[in-house]
Design a binder for this molecule. Structure first.
Ligand SMILES: NC(=O)c1ccc[n+]([C@@H]2O[C@H](COP(=O)([O-])OP(=O)(O)OC[C@H]3O[C@@H](n4cnc5c(N)ncnc54)[C@H](O)[C@@H]3O)[C@@H](O)[C@H]2O)c1
Length: 262
């Protein structure tokens, strides 16, 4: 019988996870990585490029990450290199956190009906297809099953002012989670979309009038509070536990209940 509430300091001991999306100590991926590590998991951490490295390196050190590598999903072959290194050093992977999104300013800041093909494809490439590619590369490493996570937002379901083309990408991402969950479920691989309420991160600073969105979230959410990256991390880490092995394919809202309110 798998203990549902195991000793928290070792609940993920022996598990190995890849965390993609730490830019700084405000990143949602950092909140998740801290929670995974607190439960005893060993982590591989990536950083976008040389410019990002100096911000991410001290965080990777704090996590005692034995694998620390560059990963820009737009650079041909770099995603494969990360998984090759994991295969060589670990020979297995138990969970993966995909916490990245990008849309060129000219695509994000306009109406959806005006988006050009290039802006659309770049948005979908980084924010959606990269998750499917990582699932493809993770599958052979998850020999004993595993958990795949990606970060989404409520703007996939409802038209949220200023979220624009990213809402379209997140809708595709959530559908990808369902299909991947159905395809990989027989191998014991679970797939989750995590949907946090608004958080003041670097990615969020690219969305106009984000402060108004935060005010609205706080005043309308049943909890009357904003979420923190630790709130997101704790709930996400729960889904990586063996006790959560039969939960898959859904969208977990960590938003103080905002999504149920009209
Ligand atoms: N901040 C919010 O309010 C909020 C709410 C719901 C969902 N999300 C989602 O959470 C995820 C993480 O964002 P965040 O808010 O922590 O911001 P963040 O800026 O800290 O993280 C975004 C990450 O995406 C990475 N990234 C961008 N382009 C990339 C590329 N080509 N290759 C590899 N990495 C790339 C950046 O390096 C960065 O680490 C995103 O998917 C975002 O859409 C954010």
């Amino acid at each position: 019988m798998i203990p549902v509430y195991p000793d928290t300091k070792v609940a993920l001991k022996g598990k190995k996870g890849l965390v993609v999306g730490i830019a700084n100590d405000q990143s949602i991926a950092w909140g998740c990585a801290r929670a995974f590590r607190a439960l005893g998991a060993e982590l591989a951490v990536t950083y976008l490029n040389d410019r990002a490295k100096k911000h991410v390196e001290p965080l990777a050190q704090a996590l005692e990450a034995p694998i620390f590598m560059p990963l820009d999903v737009m650079v041909e072959g770099q995603t494969e290199q990360v998984f090759e290194r994991i295969a060589k050093e670990w020979g297995q992977l138990d969970f993966l956190l995909h916490s990245i999104a990008f849309s060129p300013k000219e695509a994000l800041h306009g109406r959806v009906v005006d988006v050009g093909r290039d802006g659309f494809l770049k948005t979908m490439d980084v924010s959606c297809w990269s998750f499917l590619r990582m699932a493809h590369l993770a599958e052979p490493l998850m020999k004993n099953g595993g958990t795949l996570f990606t970060m989404t937002y409520y703007g996939s379901q409802m038209v949220v002012e200023n979220y624009n083309i990213m809402g379209v990408a997140k809708a595709a991402l959530e559908a990808s989670v369902r299909y991947a969950a159905a395809e990989l479920g027989p191998k014991g691989i679970r797939v989750h979309a995590i949907s946090p309420g608004p958080l003041a991160t670097r990615a969020a600073s690219g969305i106009p009038e984000f402060d108004e969105l935060m005010d609205k979230a706080q005043s309308k959410a049943p909890s009357r509070s904003l979420v923190s990256i630790d709130d997101v991390g704790n709930a996400t880490a729960f889904l990586a536990l063996d006790g959560a092995r039969l939960i898959t394919g859904g969208v977990l809202y960590i938003d103080g209940g905002y999504h149920i309110i009209d």
